[in-house]
Design a protein around this ligand. Structure first.
Ligand SMILES: *Cc1c(COP(=O)(O)O)cnc(C)c1O
Length: 396
């Protein structure tokens, strides 16, 4: 039972990124309704967990209500306690930094690298080696005196962080590594899938992500005890399902079978989705590389990007208008673009968080512009985006 591909929004607007619903989503959801298996147990939850864990190459997947919840629980699994610190990217969507605060810990904000825009591995290692010291059996931040417990690299926009130096330093200092892979499911780092590079990884299936369940998330891990504990904590920490005895204060964060059903249908198309993203990115890369002042998105030799959100840098002087003016011009022409997130060291939500040697993230924030890149973006619409970017360059 196939449904028609989702149609574009009205008035010929080219959206930034919209879901692609054209597989077995409807059939699987109907099956949930027909069988009344609509809640947080059911075959689709199990199948979805298995399918995603297989893509990532981990032993376990534990489905949860969203990516933010996955991050919160993963931090608890890592043993992060109130007043501990967690090293995290400053150039990211806010969720991972909020999750650190949910468990009572504090973020140490790390700069982005200038080429791939990911958490800077060299600065991260530098912070652990020189910004911290080993005292009373723990790694302590020299500035705050607090215990550093984990590193939380965020693979932004579909491209991996350079993980090897980070995991090497983390293991040297006894820290857990939790990957925020919410934007990069399907990406590879040195041939290894993103999501299997640390102790656990967090995924999101929000509507704006490459694979969506409407809202959803997952923790993937190779640690048996972490997976068991994640399932336990996210289902109210129930020790006895008959007598309703609970071993501790748990959470109600499990994904429902209906949403997992959508997820199964999405993951069935993972090869096609990733191929579409790569095709769109390649065309942009070729078409935009000769526009003065536009820097296309890069892919490292050691990486295979999932190309989740295709983004360029706009040099205001050379291009002739800055990223925000270009955003407005594109919008007036019916093309939705978007800047990157306000860096976390600028966010009112995290005033006072330590920012470690941040030099690059603000420039990237000022210059970056994400372009329409839905899986279902037509060649014609992509051509329109490219033509407009050329015209506005000339129009200065
Ligand atoms: C989307 C996203 C999340 C959170 O996912 P939700 O499912 O929306 O809670 C976390 N981190 C990053 C970097 C994201 O882009």
């Amino acid at each position: 039972m196939q449904s028609e591909p989702a149609s574009l929004p009205p008035d010929g607007i080219i959206p930034l990124s919209v879901p692609f619903i054209a597989g077995n989503e409807w059939a699987y959801v109907k099956n949930c309704l027909d069988t009344t298996w609509v809640s947080s147990l059911g075959i689709y939850v199990n199948r979805f967990e298995r399918m995603v864990a297989d893509i990532v190459g981990t032993k376990h997947g534990v489905a949860v209500v969203n990516g933010t919840a996955a991050l919160q629980i993963a931090l608890l699994l890592a043993g992060v306690e109130p007043d501990d610190e967690v090293v995290v990217s400053t150039l990211t969507f806010i969720a991972p930094v909020n999750a650190i605060r949910y468990v009572g810990a504090w973020p140490v904000l790390m700069d982005a690298d200038p080429i791939y825009w990911q958490m800077d591995a060299a600065k991260t290692v530098d912070f652990l080696e020189r910004g911290c010291s080993w005292r009373d059996g723990a790694l302590r931040n020299r500035t705050s005196g607090r215990r550093v417990r984990a590193v939380l690299p965020v693979h932004v926009l579909g491209h991996p962080v350079d993980m090897d130096p980070i995991t090497e330093a983390a293991s040297r200092f006894g820290l857990s590594v939790i990957e925020d892979a919410t934007e990069s499911l399907g990406a590879r780092y040195k041939e290894r899938p993103v999501g299997q590079l640390g102790d656990a990884a967090c995924l999101s299936f929000n509507g704006n992500k490459l694979f969506t369940t409407g809202g959803g998330g997952m923790i993937v891990t190779d640690h048996n005890d972490w997976a068991t504990r994640a399932a336990y904590l996210t289902a109210q920490a129930k020790d006895d399902p008959v007598e309703y005895e609970h071993g501790e204060i748990g959470y109600n964060l499990r994904l429902t079978n209906v949403l997992a059903a959508i997820g199964c249908a999405q993951i069935e198309q993972s090869k096609e989705f990733l191929a579409a993203k790569r095709r769109i990115a390649q065309r942009y890369n070729e078409a935009l590389s000769d526009i003065p002042g536009i820097t296309p998105m890069a892919e490292a030799a050691w990486a295979s990007s999932a190309w989740w959100m295709y983004t360029v840098l706009v040099d205001a002087v050379i291009y002739g208008s800055d990223s925000r003016s270009l955003l407005r011009q594109m919008s007036e022409s019916g093309v939705q673009c978007r800047p990157l997130w306000q860096p976390m060291h600028r966010s009112k939500a995290h005033v006072g968080a330590q920012a470690y040697r941040i030099e690059i993230a603000d420039q990237l924030h000022a210059r970056a512009l994400s372009l329409p890149c839905s899986v279902g973006l037509s060649e014609e619409d992509q051509g329109r985006v490219i033509t407009l970017l050329r015209e506005y360059a000339k129009a200065r």
